[in-house]
Design a protein around this ligand. Sequence first.
Ligand code: NDP
Ligand SMILES: O=C1O[C@H](COP(=O)(O)O)[C@@H](O)[C@H](O)[C@H]1O
Length: 600
Amino acid sequence: MSSFSSSLSCPTYRSRTSNSPFLSNHPSSLINVVDPRRSLSFHYASPQGLNLDELCVRSQRKSVQSSVVAQDGSVATKLSPVEEPKDGGLLTIPSLEADKVVAESDGGEPQSTVSITVVGASGDLAKKKIFPALFALYYEGYLPEHFTIFGYARSKMTDAELRDMVSKTLTCRIDKRANCGEKMEEFLKRCFYHSGQYDSQEHFVALDEKLKEHEGGRLSNRLFYLSIPPNIFVDAVKCASSSASSVNGWTRVIVEKPFGRDAKTSAALTKSLKQYLEEDQIFRIDHYLGKELVENLSVLRFSNLIFEPLWSRQYIRNVQFIFSEDFGTEGRGGYFDNYGIIRDIMQNHLLQILALFAMETPVSLDAEDIRNEKVKVLRSMRPIQLQDVVIGQYKGHSLGGVTYPSYTDDKTVPKGSLTPTFAAAALFIDNARWDGVPFLMKAGKALNTRSAEIRVQFRHVPGNLYNRNSGTDLDQTTNELVIRVQPDEAIYLKINNKVPGLGMRLDRSNLNLLYSARYSKEIPDAYERLLLDAIEGERRLFIRSDELDAAWALFTPLLKEIEEKKTLPEFYPYGSRGPVGAHYLAAKHKVQWGDLSLDQ
Ligand SMILES: NC(=O)C1=CN([C@@H]2O[C@H](COP(=O)(O)OP(=O)(O)OC[C@H]3O[C@@H](n4cnc5c(N)ncnc54)[C@H](OP(=O)(O)O)[C@@H]3O)[C@@H](O)[C@H]2O)C=CC1
Ligand SMILES: O=C1O[C@H](COP(=O)(O)O)[C@@H](O)[C@H](O)[C@H]1O
């Protein structure tokens, strides 16, 4: 029997029972596993009938990987969900069964490994988001002890060239620059490149060979990130699953949007993917769900007594989901013209936030419980009427010697394109909680500012004693809760208070939680959270196929009508606040856009 330290490395979360008979003799035994990052202890229910000498428990956020070395030297590993602590902060891990046995490796190597393959590694998203997010995870110590990153694309590149390309995009956390260069070097040494076609089994077999080489006989877990255009998703999944999936660990695939163009094409994509993958292997990413303030939405709502009782038609007058960018489609016009702003932003990012905002309380924080509630609320939504929608397209102009282009000036956009670069819509949820409350969405490119926010406008105070002191526009004096997703992340509540002095004049003030003032830590990028979740098998922030179906069922008839009727978009100048029609739409539903008010 080899010793624990030489046969199995569990460096940060190590527990040792040296030849301890109690593991096999007792139904359960308490062991302390010190996790320096989370200070957890684990209550380990010992496996019955397995003669154990050693035990290693690796904590993850939602699961625990337990490994045992049996007396014959074999290593058994299991990933088990963690139950919530019940007594004294202890976590209970279900019994370990030797369901996966892998060869023990020599030299103190870890027993399992994660290989991350970025398919489309030469592309924009890989450079801009995926590699930097992987580095940030490595830098913060969130990647497993043993991991390998492979870039895969058709472009010819050596490992050194990939590293050079990746190194240009890496940055370090502001608060921890000390050994940044060193960390980058270490990270880049774990990055490799394989050139191949997306539809070639042969090339994926060659990738598999290389992955195996790096995995060195360890229990292999594989994550493929499809950062490629959607028309080649299925080819790549087919090849990855048949020629390069793990034989003894998990295989997961992160799929980037767009997930189809409408209900039919989305269903066809899901069906094709499911020829090669189980639903629980597919991680459909919506990066807005990985944003800190979107993550915080449920915390705000469900852990503060003051909010949840107000979260209904009884107290909320309207809710607004606003996305704006101060740049156009420059560089992505070819992709964008086939989709338009409704598919690009509303049907996914804004609708996902709406679902989280409006869902009923889930049974638990488990991914399936949350996603069940999201599906329910999406399916309760009223079909969107064209008369409740305004579309726009930006046009060029010159200001102060600077010329701003029109959407159709982009060479990759067909002349005379009617694709909307702006849209505003009024949506309704026909259930008891939200009956009659307008949920307004607004999304646009080439506007005056870059921001994303949720605005909750509360009802008027009934019989308000201070109406006389509040000015003429009572809508302007109601409470408003603003969740600013970006930039300058903040949650603030507009309240009425008395201006100090001997008179009685009311003022609007903000109770303001500005993240940069409250927390010194840099906020992680959405892709960091989502990649970590995919590695850990946490599905809460990924879109299940029935959620996707419900989202498309809501938007497809509207998109079809706009396209069939060739509805003309209202032009708005680049850098403006968008088409005037958006104001009329809001006014029709007795709403004023909060982002346009004087005291935003
Ligand atoms: N970029 C972004 O900000 C965002 C992107 N997305 C989505 O992420 C995915 C990747 O985006 P992005 O990196 O911008 O995409 P790119 O257009 O940069 O494509 C990624 C890689 O795919 C390969 N590729 C491109 N076109 C084709 C083609 N017609 N046939 C075969 N291979 C092709 C190229 O690699 P090679 O030639 O070396 O094989 C390219 O480097 C897409 O699905 C996109 O919709 C989602 C949100 C934001
Ligand atoms: O998915 C997309 O999102 C980006 C905006 O993302 P952000 O995190 O920078 O706010 C948008 O520019 C792009 O058009 C869209 O496809």
